[in-house]
Design a protein around this ligand. Structure first.
Ligand SMILES: [Zn+2]
Length: 141
């Protein structure tokens, strides 16, 4: 196990393309108001290591300022996590892959799993055949 030191937050200007956006205050849903005008929903693109990723934002028709509602902000946060992964800035650890005769598995380090219990499930997003994003959580009923 060789954890990287937890590094600084990834900010929009770390991305290849600059993104200027504002998270709408107490706003779970757009549209927002800017320059006395209603912002309009736009699909935007940003480049992460040459990969173009689209996201939605509310844009002021006058000043082009971007506003994000909470759902849009969550999506952008995930994009930043992926951006961190691609630049190998995340905290990570290496594990041996075990085989029990039927399936492959690995063990999580104990330091991480202190508060886990047996009813939890793993939600696995396949990024490639050898790359995954795993979210451990409660079973949703
Ligand atoms: Zn404006």
């Amino acid at each position: 196990m060789k954890p990287n030191q937890p590094d600084e937050e990834v900010r929009p200007d770390d991305l290849e393309e600059q993104v200027d956006f504002h998270i709408g205050k107490d706003a779970f849903k757009g549209p927002f108001t800017c320059h006395k005008a209603k912002t309009q929903l736009r699909t935007k693109q940003l480049a992460v290591k040459g990969i173009s990723i689209s996201y939605e934002a509310w844009e002021c028709p006058k000043c082009q300022k971007e506003y994000l509602d909470s759902k849009q902000a969550q999506r952008l946060e995930k994009i930043w996590v992926i951006e961190k992964l691609l630049h190998e800035k995340t905290i990570h650890f290496d594990r041996t892959i075990n085989y029990d005769g039927k399936a492959f598995f690995f063990r999580f380090p104990k330091e991480i799993t202190n508060h886990w219990h047996q009813d939890m499930t793993a939600h696995i997003e396949l990024l490639a055949t050898n790359e995954f994003l795993v979210r451990i959580g409660e079973v949703t009923k």
